[in-house]
Ligand binder design. Structure first.
Ligand code: AMP
Length: 288
């Protein structure tokens, strides 16, 4: 695996591959890689001649009270995983190179960025869209890979690529979970063993929603009520939001008629976790 830190060098490499008509798959990450990231890398390897994994903890997507400073940074371990997975390039830029002193330009996907997580993390998705846009311009991927774990992010990136005519295919991969159902996340490193068990209730609630939909219960207020009741059994979990929304505009739905995103954000102590499922009217898993 080759490690590239310089933006011009990464662009040069991408240009050379383009000339040879060899495809590039990009997996944007913030590092602290786990099996969720690995599933994106493996799909990228299947689809493309070369795979670039970017590792960049993007300061502009963190709020002032959030964990930018203490976000896990384990580059040596990440590089080992990338080597093992046959990644061709790790693109590992510095914050200073990505955002020079006179940095002025931001990408904002309106409406979709303002509800769900966007309502509680102002500026977050503008930070994400801006960084991803920059990574696309630098690595020039034919395809880019995102996890459904961050469903709103995936919807926003797809919309950005469509609206701005970006010549890249956005692929969204299923959420990888621990045995107890907990969605893998770099931030799970902050959880104690007990908290990890508490957190499993989040997926249990999503699974309950799915079984209700399978039974033909389409009133979202009822489904949300049942989920809230289940989660409230554990006093260590505080729900921030629990919504059933339309897949296209991410607006709340009152009665399920087609595919929906069921999304939760919850606190376990100080740590904020998110999870979701995307299902059709029969409760079958679909993709965003
Ligand atoms: P992050 O490093 O957290 O910014 O995540 C990088 C990419 O990996 C994003 O597209 C995430 O949605 C994706 N990802 C994170 N966790 C998972 C997971 N458990 N399953 C699948 N994809 C994931």
């Amino acid at each position: 695996v080759k490690i590239i830190r310089s933006i011009p060098k990464m662009q040069e490499y991408a240009r050379a591959l383009k000339k040879q008509k060899r495809s590039i798959g990009l997996v944007p990450t913030m590092g602290a890689l786990h099996a969720g990231h690995i599933s994106l890398i493996r799909q990228a390897r299947k689809d493309n001649a070369k795979v670039v994994v970017s590792i960049f903890v993007n300061p502009i997507q963190f709020g002032p009270q959030e964990d930018f400073k203490k976000y896990p940074r384990v580059f040596a371990q990440d590089a080992k995983i990338c080597r093992h997975e046959g990644v061709d390039i790790i693109f590992y830029p510095s914050v200073k190179d990505m955002y020079k002193n006179n940095y002025r330009t931001y990408v904002f996907v309106e409406k979709l960025s303002q509800n769900l997580c966007g309502a509680f993390r102002p500026g977050h998705f503008q930070g994400v869209a801006t960084a991803v846009n920059k990574l696309f311009n630098i690595a020039q991927p034919d395809r880019a890979y995102f996890g459904q774990k961050d469903a709103q992010q995936a919807v926003i990136i797809k919309k950005m690529a469509e609206d701005l005519n970006m010549p890249v295919e956005i692929k969204v991969m299923p959420t990888v979970r621990a045995n107890n159902g907990l969605a893998l996340s770099s931030r799970n490193a902050y959880l104690s063993e007990g908290a990890r068990q508490d957190a499993a209730l989040i997926y249990e609630a999503l699974d309950l929603a799915r079984s209700l939909i399978k039974k033909g219960d389409y009133k979202t207020a009822d489904i949300i009520g049942a989920m809230q009741k289940l989660i409230s059994k554990n006093k260590n979990i505080k729900i921030q939001y629990l919504l059933i929304v339309d897949l296209k505009d991410l607006k709340p739905i009152y009665r399920i008629k087609s595919g929906v995103l069921i999304a939760i954000a919850a606190f376990i102590g100080e740590l904020r976790l998110i999870d979701n499922i995307v299902v059709d009217r029969k409760g079958r898993f679909i993709s965003v």
